[in-house]
Ligand binder design. Structure first.
Ligand code: NAD
Length: 346
């Protein structure tokens, strides 16, 4: 048996990663330990009951800054790998208040690194332990119309969220260099798909269009994001876990650059079609609002290293993934009611 410890496994991406570990054809010899304190963004419902009741799954409702609890969980479970997703993840919230971002994203990461080091130092036998740190393209700052970031691009975070992720990443690198803790860093582009908290662009726009409410778009909507379906992201992380090399950084980017206004208009039209409304009804709900301070214009990742070394390519096209995501949200009343409180719109 091997044991994978996932942090943030009740969030959007972490829960997808766990669902994929347990899906049909998954490895029956894997135990999963999930550490998630359930912030406003974490929901137990993101994992089906079949997983929550599976004897190979265990959840600790614990903050990653709780050093004693983390030490105990690591000592008891002796994971072969940690896949670290837990973080405060919403840029607009980091602009309102950076404190929780410093605590969870920086202090929480350092706590996990320290306790991982203590755990492997206490092991009698050499082990192939890996600490996989999930980071973001946002640490690099903004691009102009052309070019893309490589794994060696300088980091120039614009938002407090991106700064906290960059700081965490510097600690991960330092623990690899100073203490030889075997770490791997991944950077991904914007994820979308089912179970994403409804404050994020795609779910927010679907729910606003469906409810006939204003659809707020920053500035003129010309900012560009590169969209990656969450299942493709988690497939890449599984490959990093199996075959990634310690000390390396891997980019996981989608092949779908779209302006925000293109995405929002596609959602508006698709919702109209699905709800049997005249074409153009939802487009009238789009409202251009003051730009987000420090709003990065464009992100794009060069993922050729990951594609070549780990034989990974995104499998879901943005068009089909977006339509499937819209259908999921339009049919997810129970999940939305259970999770929609405390939405932050900037
Ligand atoms: P999310 O906000 O949906 O989920 C975060 C999860 O972490 C929640 O379940 C929350 O309860 C948990 N958590 C937060 N702070 C915690 C703490 N101190 N202790 C224990 N649990 C805590 O986030 P997500 O979109 O799933 O993102 C996961 C990771 O991927 C993050 O590290 C994020 O920076 C990174 N990332 C996300 C995207 C994206 O598009 N969503 C893109 C690039 C990178």
């Amino acid at each position: 048996m091997s044991t994978i410890l996932v942090t943030g496994g009740c969030g959007f991406i972490g829960s997808c990663f766990i669902r994929q570990l347990f899906q049909k054809g998954g490895d029956p010899n894997v135990n999963v330990i999930n550490i998630d304190k359930l912030t406003y963004a974490g929901h137990e419902e993101n994992l089906p009951e079949a997983i929550r009741c599976d004897p190979r799954y265990r959840w600790h409702r614990t903050c990653i800054t709780n050093r004693r609890a983390i030490a105990e969980i690591l000592s008891e479970s002796q994971p072969d790998a940690i896949v670290h997703f837990a973080a405060e993840s919403h840029v607009d919230r980091s602009i309102s208040s950076a404190d929780p971002f410093v605590s969870s994203n920086v202090v929480g990461t350092v706590t996990l690194l320290d306790e991982s080091l203590a755990m492997i130092r206490a092991r009698a036998m050499q082990s192939d332990f890996r600490f996989i740190h999930i980071s973001t393209d946002e640490v690099y700052g903004s691009l102009g119309k052309d070019g893309c970031f490589t794994e060696s691009s300088p980091q120039r975070p614009s938002s407090p969220y991106a700064a906290s992720k960059a700081a965490a990443e510097m600690f991960v690198r330092a623990y690899q260099t100073t203490h030889s803790l075997p770490t791997i860093i991944t950077h991904c582009s914007n994820n979308y798909g089912p179970y994403q908290h409804s404050e994020k662009l795609i779910p927010l726009m679907i729910l606003r269009a469906a409810g006939g409410q204003p659809m707020p778009v920053y500035n003129d909507g010309s900012n560009i994001r590169n969209w990656l379906h969450v299942t493709d992201h988690c497939d890449a992380i599984a490959r990093v876990l199996q075959r990634g090399r310690a000390g390396q950084t891997y980019h996981i980017g989608g092949h779908a650059e779209r302006t925000n206004i293109d995405v929002v208009q596609s959602i508006a039209d698709a919702v109209d079609e699905r709800l049997g409304r005249p074409t153009g009804s939802s487009r009238r709900l789009i409202e251009f609002v003051d730009d987000r301070p420090g709003h990065d214009y464009r992100y794009a990742l060069d993922s050729s290293k990951t594609e070549a070394e780990l034989n990974w390519r995104p499998a879901v096209s943005f068009e089909s993934g977006l339509m499937e995501t819209i259908d999921w949200y339009l049919a997810a009343d129970d999940w939305i009611t259970a999770t929609a409180s405390n939405v932050h719109h900037g």
